[in-house]
Design a protein around this ligand. Structure first.
Ligand SMILES: [Zn+2]
Length: 431
């Protein structure tokens, strides 16, 4: 007997540009259209954040997939629906927007595609592998403006949340509001945050007084609320107050806040360009804040050096970095995007202070006659008091600094956190 139902998965990537659109919205509309045409959404659609260090990414580097139960024999109709929607909504006029849509038939995802997907969150992958999978497994679809989007669409199809998962409910604005300022009642966000605090996260940056649930781009998204469980999300959304009505919302299963982009390594030589890593190192230099408010320091491991950076947007996190001293043992998390003429630099997301070193500074001796700090007369020439002119030989005084930092985890404030970066206080669900 022939099966009357068939299982398909649609993957979409790269429909947005800095000037508009959002791939989650494209997927939201694809789901609506497929359901209007007799298909049935199966489970939550997946919102997969790909490698945040990817130089080709448009914004949040999100790829989407959704599974459907459809009428057997009619699968291509649903791919056409998805393709039409991608053509209709994508920012095709932007040359860097390379939208792609793919359809995988059947419930089982081949293991090599799963591996490919796990890698797409961590590294830069080539288009050829995606094209090979299309041939090998009869995956149909289209790519527009070049085939780069196929990598993300394929990754969305195969992603299996190896580091756990979270959820996000995204509410969309009516089209006439796209690009207009979002008016969101601040008090209602803070209240919602308090009422759902064991479920939602990253709603508000209290250190910098910033609403975190609304994007700043001219896209169709009004707000997105992140959570570790989906059950609190609809109530959370309903409790918010806006100056406009939403035209729809959807809950996505995501890899946000899972640290899935982080590759654990042991040696500095193992850091590859355009990846995010974690490594244990020893602080080598004193930190310094340079032009533009960026804070830097050098660390080392087995004689190799690594520069650590806390850039200006990380705000208060820079104060933590300024407290580090040579000899401190730390575990760092961050990404490496090579820049010409710059030493190998890790853009820090968070650090764990493992051991605090005793750090001392040498000072000139204090004048035994009047108590003023003396001045050196030059190498091996002794000291003279600038006040009473008393002279003496002697050695510098070593004073240990009173370290004000404690062992533990420190991260960038919510406003500077990457989608994939896991807040240290959060425990996410695993498969
Ligand atoms: Zn003196």
């Amino acid at each position: 007997m022939q099966d009357i139902n068939s299982f398909i998965k649609i993957g979409v990537d790269d429909t947005d540009s800095p000037y508009g659109m959002c791939t989650t919205y494209v997927m939201h509309k694809i789901i609506q259209s497929i359901e209007e045409n007799g298909g049935k959404l199966y489970g939550f659609p997946n919102l997969v954040r790909l490698n945040p260090s990817c130089p080709y990414k448009t914004r949040g580097n999100a790829a989407l997939s959704a599974a459907f139960i459809v009428e057997a024999g009619n699968e291509s109709k649903y791919l056409d629906i998805a393709t039409d929607m991608v053509f209709k909504l994508s920012e095709i006029s932007h040359p860097k927007t390379n939208p792609a849509v793919l359809m995988l038939k059947g419930e089982l995802v081949p293991m090599d595609i799963v591996e490919f997907s796990r890698n797409a969150v961590k590294r830069i992958l080539n288009i050829e592998s995606a094209l090979n999978f299309m041939k090998k497994y009869d995956i149909n679809g289209v790519a527009i403006n070049g085939s780069r989007g196929l990598v993300g669409a394929m990754a969305a199809l195969g992603y299996d949340f190896p580091s756990g998962y979270t959820y996000e409910i995204i509410a969309y604005r009516s089209e006439n509001m796209w690009g207009k300022p979002r008016v969101i009642d601040r008090e209602s966000v803070i209240k919602m945050d308090a009422q759902t605090q064991n479920c939602t996260f990253d709603n508000y940056d209290y250190y910098n007084d910033e609403i975190k649930i609304a994007p700043h781009t001219p896209c169709p998204v009004l707000v997105g609320i992140r959570s570790i469980d989906y059950k609190c999300l609809k109530i959370a959304l309903k409790s918010l107050k806006f100056d406009e009505s939403i035209v729809g919302y959807r809950i996505y299963k995501t890899n946000q806040a899972t640290d899935d982009h982080i590759i654990p390594i042991t040696y500095i030589e193992q850091i590859e360009p355009y990846t995010s890593i974690t490594i244990e190192v020893k602080v080598k230099s004193l930190p310094s804040t340079e032009k533009g408010g960026h804070t830097f320091l050098y660390a080392e491991k087995n004689g190799k050096e690594l520069r650590l950076a806390a850039y200006e947007p990380t705000k208060q996190f820079r104060n933590i970095i300024m407290q580090l001293r040579p000899g401190d043992k730390i575990r760092v998390y961050g990404s490496y995007n090579p820049k010409e003429g710059e030493p190998k630099t890790l853009n820090l997301e968070k650090i764990e202070i493992l051991e605090i070193a005793q750090y001392g500074k040498f000072f000139n001796p204090v004048c035994p006659a009047c108590g003023h700090r003396m001045k050196s007369e030059g190498k091996e020439k002794g000291y003279q008091c600038p006040k009473c002119k008393y002279r003496m030989t002697g050695s510098k005084e070593l004073k240990f600094e009173n370290r004000v930092i404690s062992i533990g985890m420190y991260e960038v404030p919510s406003r500077a956190r990457r989608h994939l970066s896991k807040p240290f206080y959060l425990t996410v669900k695993k498969n």
